[in-house]
Design a protein around this ligand. Sequence first.
Ligand SMILES: [Zn+2]
Length: 305
Amino acid sequence: MITLQEILIKARQNGKAIGHFNISNVEMLRGILEAAKSAGGVPVMIGTSEGEAAYIGRKVAAALVRAAREEYGVPVFLNADHHKSVKAAKEAIDAGYDSVHIDLSKLPYEENLQGTKEVVEYARSKVSSFPPASACGTSQWRAGRFQVSGISVEGELGYLPTESSKIYKEEVKIDPASLTKPEEATEFVRKTGIDRFAAAVGNLHGIAANEPQLDLNRIRTIRAALPEQVAFVLHGGSGIPVSQVKAAIEAGMNNVHVSTEIRVAYMQALRQSLAASPDETTPYKLMSPAVEAVKQKVLEKFALF
Ligand SMILES: [Zn+2]
């Protein structure tokens, strides 16, 4: 099986980005996978925040995505999005997540670095019980051990001021001091050994009243300083105008997170469906317009990325 890391590297070489979409339930997962399948098997990342993971259940989420990979035949990977403690990140790894995002960006630099490093070491120490076909018959395989876990780890440096669950009525001002400094980024990536790097480059979570202004020069400078195999992640993809997302991908971002827009599409369709059929008692009939709305929104994002 092709790894997430290989997919991200290939996306970057082709000037593209891989989409990361959060889910709260199986309907949202379905909408995303139907989009990925109908677009010809587009690789996709599914995220659960700590709240979403607690709601679905970490083991349930891991089993759902594993099964979906087989049923839909698309490369889909489950990421523990914005896990805010080493403990929570380790729990996600233990539950069978393909990837974790350890987000200690609110902590002082040194604490962020040490905690992120600890999660990378933990991920690397994990041996997969699902051997790649090429390993069959080797002594490692007979011993039931594999050196490569394939678990991808994302770290974050620089601070995003807002939350994904919100649509802000007011303007959000970004303090320049909260943006990622290129020199720190290089050191952070080298010392932690992460696979993906999330930075604060003028982006924010949720949707604000004012348009964010991405710092494209900062994106280019950080990208140039990152090792070749490390992916560069743009969070807060919901409120960013299309032209800026395109420019960010051109400048070197190869993984874009979208959550709020998916939530809004899902909830709007569900509210309409409930209002239109007040006597309907079959959940999947009420839910199917919401699944379709998620699918259409994700297809729109695939075209952009
Ligand atoms: Zn995020």
